[in-house]
Design a protein around this ligand. Structure first.
Ligand code: NAI
Length: 249
């Protein structure tokens, strides 16, 4: 178990069953990491924490929004109180509010930027203080290939994920000397609630463009996160790894 004794703080991991965050929590727990899960709904976070505990590790469910500095400060302090350290941060919480640019409301623009980009900034700022004191840490940001290539109907989402990629690189440059590696994962189309909400014809069209000829699974993404938080990637920082079956290359 490569992560035995480590503490991983994963945001947006309360989607039991299908979420990418939940898959990351379960895979890291299988590798021996203690897990802290943050999500809007305490019961949802608690369900995934229960799955982690069943694997023999300690787990903490936290209720809060990554968009609130107060919540982020409180949740970070709760993780520290329980586990005394934070080795891994996965900024996974994210939302979509798709609409063509000319019809997009101010509210939908701001909501997506606040969650996907500001939320990652707030969590990184707080947890980095802990990691700097420890002189080590791993941060993984959940971007998207849409943040690399853009996507019609997703001005807010692709801008937030593009911003997150830039935040990843800047954080990697600032924190490298402190022993902290910072990378991003950019999934393509992954089978989750987020993509289930897409119209069937749009899903079929997208699938046809994927060289590996299938949508990804949350586990496909979680395995790359495992690589980025473990010893095998100790000389990797500031990178964006696409997990998209070859959709973008
Ligand atoms: P999901 O919607 O199943 O899970 C996201 C979780 O984040 C939910 O449990 C939600 O309650 C939580 N969340 C949302 N806003 C929050 C906030 N302000 N504070 C705390 N928790 C919050 O989404 P999914 O599909 O598992 O995606 C996870 C991440 O992966 C997101 O960042 C998403 O943008 C990214 N991604 C997903 C892709 C896909 O195809 N599903 C493709 C590319 C990236």
């Amino acid at each position: 178990m490569s992560l035995k004794g480590k503490t991983a703080f994963i945001t947006g991991a309360g989607r039991a069953g299908k979420g990418i965050g939940r898959s990351i929590a379960v895979l890291l727990a299988q590798q021996g990491a203690n897990i802290a899960i943050a999500d809007f709904v305490k019961e949802a976070a608690e369900a995934v924490a229960g799955e982690a505990r069943a694997l023999g590790v300690e787990a903490l469910a936290l209720q809060g929004s990554v968009t609130s500095s107060e919540d982020v400060v409180r949740m970070t302090s709760e993780v520290q109180q329980k586990f005394e350290k934070i080795d891994i941060l996965v900024n996974n919480a994210g939302i979509v509010r798709d609409q063509l640019l000319v019809r997009m409301s101010d509210e939908d623009w701001h909501a997506v930027l606040e969650t996907n980009l500001t939320g990652a900034f707030l969590c990184t700022r707080e947890v980095a203080k802990v990691m700097i004191r420890q002189r080590e840490g791993r941060i993984v940001n959940m971007a998207s290939v849409m943040g690399v290539v853009g996507n019609a109907g997703q001005a807010n989402y692709s801008a937030s994920k593009g911003g997150l990629i830039a935040l990843t690189k800047t954080t990697a440059k600032e924190l490298g000397r402190r022993g902290i590696n910072v990378n991003a994962v950019a999934p393509g189309f992954i089978q989750t609630v987020m993509t289930e909400e897409m119209p069937e014809d749009a899903r079929a069209k997208v699938s046809g463009q994927i060289p590996l000829d299938r949508l990804g699974t949350p586990e496909d993404v979680a395995r790359v996160v495992l690589f980025l938080v473990g010893e095998l990637s100790s000389y990797v920082t500031g990178q964006v790894i696409n997990v998209d079956g070859g959709l973008v290359m």
